[in-house]
Ligand binder design. Structure first.
Ligand SMILES: Cc1cc2nc3c(=O)[nH]c(=O)nc-3n(C[C@H](O)[C@H](O)[C@H](O)COP(=O)(O)O)c2cc1C
Length: 469
């Protein structure tokens, strides 16, 4: 099954929702934490300072700070009826199911042995999977982000592969923003031999490598060690008693493994009639925003809006270039509900000219919620977004692997929107559920003009009674 067939087959429509009779099998819910049972554990220092406030002196301090502000547990929620507690992390995840795992290879980190590690967010520790040299380039730390599709498929079935890609995009950008705040650079590469990498890292068969993210820059280092690889004991845990097969997910994953390089096709450039103004000032540092970021359960409706300068800040955060070997496939369309100085309506963002093009005017609240599978948050937000991806173009340039790249990019843009919203005193929510072709019809898009791959909403959040700090 190639990308087109997979994408068509996993579109939501009112008929597809009607047909669907899926009940969540709670007893078989996959464990959100992977552990290598028996592997040596290395403690990462607790409560590292905010990025940029002090320079880590050793490898453990560096890794602790980087992971604490990108992937660690940052809050818990309690289900009022049962008292059941569950963890929330710095990086968001569809359904809070967290398909993305963080593995990393170190080379020449000060006071830290060269080797292969897996991050254990449940206790903020590193599991030492192997010692020695792994050939993933010269950076002192190289992350390998993997996806466990079954975690998402348990709830979202065939559509889950899309969410795995989005989640990997969020995780990558979460890492990249923390790295940047620490004076480092993180460059994401999506082009590698999947099977060779999975074999080299001895990944469990339920885990698939998605992105390589080398981190370089202000890092405490020493001379790299030589030496052969010595594997630690430690077996990956079984995540649930039974793993249900979803053949379309296996097929789209297999199709996206091929590496193809076609001629580059630049994104369309344009200009709208509304010039975006200067930015609004951030109210929070990166460190505060990263640790307190949450998805809004819903937004206050009512009159309170945001300024056009705040919208300009959000759009600028979304559009500034990503450090990666792919991209330029996603364009934002927005449903402005309450933005001072902007009539309610639908607009297209042209980042090159920092402008908005009016597509239609009028109240969009009912439509935005309706298109987002009837989720009221997209109507109660101050602004909602459809991320439109040139999937045809992405897959002409990169073969089916372009399907991954467009979704990674959308996830990364989403992560920037989350943080930019938080820093402005607002809150965001990623929205993976929408009526695909209804969105195309409403925005007047033919497939060659792009397809919707992600929705987003930003505004003033309602209180979430489940949050326990
Ligand atoms: C790709 C993606 C899709 C999501 N889709 C929805 C959605 O359709 N509706 C919703 O209310 N939340 C959605 N969310 C938000 C998640 O439910 C939320 O990230 C998760 O519960 C964890 O909470 P946190 O973001 O506060 O850490 C989505 C998040 C991501 C990353």
């Amino acid at each position: 099954m190639g990308w087109r067939a997979y994408h068509e087959a996993t579109k939501h429509s009112s008929e597809s929702l009607h047909r669907s009779r899926h009940f969540l099998d709670w007893a078989n819910m996959p464990d959100p934490f992977r552990h290598y049972e028996g592997a040596p554990l290395i403690d990462l220092p607790a409560d590292p300072p905010h990025p940029g406030t002090s320079q880590p002196a050793a490898g453990a301090e560096f890794l602790s700070q980087l992971l604490y502000y990108s992937a660690a547990i940052s809050a818990t929620k309690v289900v009022p009826a049962t008292g059941y507690r569950y963890a929330l992390r710095v990086n968001p995840s569809s359904g809070n199911l967290h398909p993305t795992e963080f593995h990393f290879v170190t080379r020449g980190l000060r006071d830290w042995p060269d080797g292969l590690y897996h991050y254990r967010p449940s206790s903020h520790m590193a599991e030492q999977r192997a010692l020695g040299r792994f050939d993933l380039g010269d950076a002192p730390v190289v992350f390998v982000l993997t996806s466990i599709a079954w975690r998402e498929a348990w709830k979202y079935r065939e559509r889950a592969y899309r969410y795995c890609l989005h989640d990997a995009g969020h995780a990558w950008q979460s890492l990249a923003m923390a790295a940047e705040a620490m004076g480092c650079m993180a460059y994401a590469e999506g082009s590698f031999d999947d099977d060779a990498l999975a074999e080299a890292l001895r990944l469990s068969s339920d885990e698939w490598p998605m992105l390589l993210v080398p981190v370089d820059g202000a890092i405490p280092t020493r001379e790299p060690e030589g030496g052969d690889t010595v594997w630690s004991p430690g077996e990956p845990n079984e995540l649930s008693a039974e793993r249900i097969a979803y053949p379309p997910i296996d097929e789209i994953h297999a199709a996206t493994k091929a590496l193809v390089t076609g001629a580059d096709e630049p994104a369309a450039q344009g200009c709208g009639e509304i010039a975006l103004p200067q930015h609004a000032p951030a109210l929070q540092s990166f460190g505060e925003a990263a640790r307190t970021r949450r998805s809004a359960l819903d937004f206050e409706g009512g009159d309170r809006g945001i300024g056009l300068d705040q919208l300009a800040t959000l759009l600028d955060a979304a559009a500034s270039p990503l450090e990666c070997g792919f991209g330029g496939f996603v364009q934002l369309h927005l449903y402005a509900h309450r933005v001072a100085g902007l009539e309610p309506g639908v607009y297209r963002h042209w980042p090159g000219s920092a402008s908005l093009e009016t597509l239609r005017l009028g109240d969009q609240r009912v439509m935005a919620a309706g298109l987002s599978l009837g989720q009221s948050l997209a109507g109660n937000a101050c602004v909602a977004f459809s991320m439109i991806a040139g999937l045809e173009r992405a897959c002409r340039v990169h073969g089916d692997r372009g399907y991954r790249y467009a979704h990674f990019e959308a996830g990364a843009i989403g992560q920037r929107l989350y943080l930019a919203a938080e820093r402005l005193g607002l809150r965001a929510t990623g929205v993976g559920a929408f009526f695909d072709d209804e969105v195309h019809r409403y925005l007047g898009l033919s497939p060659d003009q792009g397809q919707v791959i992600y929705h987003f909403a930003i505004g003033y959040p309602v209180h979430d009674p489940r949050l326990a700090g």
